[in-house]
Design a protein around this ligand. Structure first.
Ligand code: NAP
Length: 334
């Protein structure tokens, strides 16, 4: 297949509002050592893209300036020595950037097969949330099948994925979400309980749902005032896993409570992790999670809305509006 020298991509004219995202033409990237070139069928949108657009989350050194952390598509070229995936294979891939485009490069080790029965659109919505959730819940978090977890923002891209994975691995799942409709969606995805945090106090609700106890793990994307309440809710040897800071990063940590509960506070960001670390996460997903997607135990990701590539600005505005449930995706090729 002939690979054109130029391609369509989404350019950010200046950091700021969604309107600064425009369709443009630019050079088709070339795969570097260990990479493949993928003709993009669809690209997932993630909240970190919005932060990058506003200038609050710059791309790591060497990453594409173009936004986009996840795609699905067809491998059209592989660097010398890359054995897998091969040219012609359909994959989804985690990127450090460059997904909002007709072609993107990815380290071969960050490509995973499209799970059977999933469309390219669905598969493009897997990598960022699945790499993030798996590497936090199961690598440091070590969530057990007999444990309980509180997931904040249950209807987000991250939240819907966390519900699906935690439920499939047998944990008791409680979520918070911002409307009754979002709560219902979380219950349909497998959450045991959903708390509308706008109308109910989540600390009180969790306590009453857990017969006075708290939870073993909290997956938090909020931070700020949620931290103290999360800590208050932790059971003995509980873990707070911080992966987002929508309410801010400065918090007070009462060390005595930490000691008395023998609790741990951890967290991570996915994007700056090394290619080696991401390869380990990819391998674990392939072995332990992809079979569950293929068997139907983990349902395909919930896609809220699909926009054509040229409407990336509208897609960002849609996410900023905050009414979505699940993932927002850009359709790049038909
Ligand atoms: N650390 C990492 O490696 C990593 C990787 C990817 C994403 N993230 C983070 O994960 C978060 C979700 O990302 P996403 O792409 O899934 O975005 P998203 O779909 O836009 O999710 C944002 C969610 O936050 C919820 N929310 C806002 N305030 C809340 C509150 N006070 N209590 C409970 N929920 C609240 C929103 O819904 P409602 O307000 O309606 O409940 C919405 O569901 C973001 O903070 C992002 O930066 C971290």
């Amino acid at each position: 297949m002939k690979i054109p020298g130029k391609m369509q991509l989404i350019q950010l004219s200046a950091t700021g509002d969604a309107d600064n995202l425009r369709i443009a033409s630019g050079p088709t990237p070339r795969p570097r050592s260990g990479e493949v070139l993928i003709r993009v069928a669809a690209a997932g949108i993630n909240r970190p893209d919005l932060l990058q657009r506003r200038g609050l989350y710059p791309q790591p050194p060497g990453a594409s300036e173009t936004l986009g952390l996840e795609i699905a598509g067809t491998v059209v070229k592989a660097a010398a020595g890359v054995q897998s995936p091969r040219v012609g294979e359909q994959v989804c891939a985690l990127l450090a950037g460059g997904g909002y485009a007709e072609y993107a490069t990815a380290p071969a080790t960050q490509c995973l097969p499209i799970p059977a029965r999933l469309s390219m659109l669905e598969a493009s919505a897997l990598p960022e949330a699945f790499f993030t959730v798996w590497s936090n819940l199961f690598m440091p978090g070590n969530l057990g099948a007999d444990e309980s977890i509180l997931i904040h923002g249950g209807s987000s891209g991250i939240g819907t994925t966390a519900i699906a994975i935690a439920h499939a691995f047998g944990a008791r799942v409680i979520v918070t979400a911002g409307s009754d409709e979002k709560c219902q969606a979380c219950l349909r995805l497998g959450a045991n309980h959903a708390i509308n945090y706008r109308t109910q106090d989540f600390v009180q609700q969790v306590r009453s749902l857990q017969d006075g106890k708290g939870v073993d793990v909290v997956l938090d994307i909020i931070g700020g005032s949620y931290f103290a309440r999360n800590l208050e809710l932790l059971n003995m040897r509980g873990r707070i896993i911080q992966i987002g800071l929508q309410q801010g990063s400065e918090v007070m940590l009462p060390l005595l409570t930490l000691m008395q509960k023998r609790a741990s506070v951890t967290g991570s960001t996915l994007r700056p992790r090394s290619i080696g670390e991401k390869a380990v996460i990819a391998q674990q997903l392939r072995q332990q999670v992809w079979p569950l997607i293929e068997s139907g135990k983990i349902r395909p990701p919930l896609i809220d809305k699909v926009f054509p590539l040229a409407e990336a600005a509208q897609a960002h505005a849609w996410m900023e509006r905050g009414a979505h449930i699940g993932k927002i995706v850009l359709q790049v090729a038909h």
